[in-house]
Design a protein around this ligand. Structure first.
Ligand code: FMN
Length: 187
């Protein structure tokens, strides 16, 4: 099963990077599958370490998917990496096997530390819709304009009906991003 997580990594200069990643979940081994043009990929290859943060805060998913914005965090105990203050729980990981692949790597990671900060509130349709919209926002280049607009309209309606303040802010952020997207002929 894949769990949508926020993976934190650092580069050689210790600059922190946060990015949502779908992580293939196992008891002892987690598999992160970053595209090779991501900072997460470059950092994991360089340092072999990171933290897989599990959170129900969808604003972090929306913003960290599309920008370099930072969220409050503290240093991990066993690896070079950071734990999100708003993580529910987190796994500190070390890459043990790297399959570089063509476009997307498969990085198997051993869990070397873990922690719990708060209960997972749970997901509702609004939170799910933000997650779907955030993924779509990172893949706009693969879709036709009409398809993107139709999907966003649907996600927006779900968030309007079932979301709270956080989900609405996240959706607004994603809509603003969409408005700034240069639509070419394909779209
Ligand atoms: C819920 C969610 C899951 C994602 N899963 C992945 C993934 O497994 N691999 C990947 O390369 N990108 C994934 N993305 C897209 C990346 O988060 C996005 O490309 C991001 O800009 C990469 O950031 P980075 O360059 O700072 O590492 C996902 C996005 C979302 C919203």
């Amino acid at each position: 099963m894949i769990i949508e997580s926020i993976v934190s990594t650092v580069d050689r200069e210790k600059k922190v990077n946060l990015a949502p990643m779908g992580v293939l979940w196992g008891e002892e081994v987690l598999v992160i599958k970053p595209y090779k043009d991501t900072t997460t990929y470059r950092n994991l290859i360089a340092t072999k370490e990171g933290v897989v943060n599990v959170t129900d805060n969808v604003l972090i998913f929306a913003k960290s998917a599309l920008s370099d914005v930072q969220f409050p965090h503290f240093p991990a105990s066993h690896v070079e990496g950071v734990v999100l203050e708003d993580a529910c729980y987190y796994y500190e990981v070390v890459a043990s096997k790297i399959d570089v692949g063509e476009e997307r790597a498969k990085i198997s990671c051993e869990v070397v530390g873990r922690g719990w900060l708060r209960d997972f509130l749970g997901f509702n349709r609004g939170k799910n819709a933000v997650i779907e919209a955030a993924i779509l926002a990172t893949r706009l280049r693969f879709y036709e304009r009409q398809e993107v607009l139709a999907k966003f309209q649907c996600y927006e309606e779900i968030v309007a009906k079932t979301g709270g303040k956080q989900e609405k802010e996240a959706m607004r952020y994603l809509m603003d991003y969409l408005k700034g997207w240069p639509l070419d002929d394909k779209n």
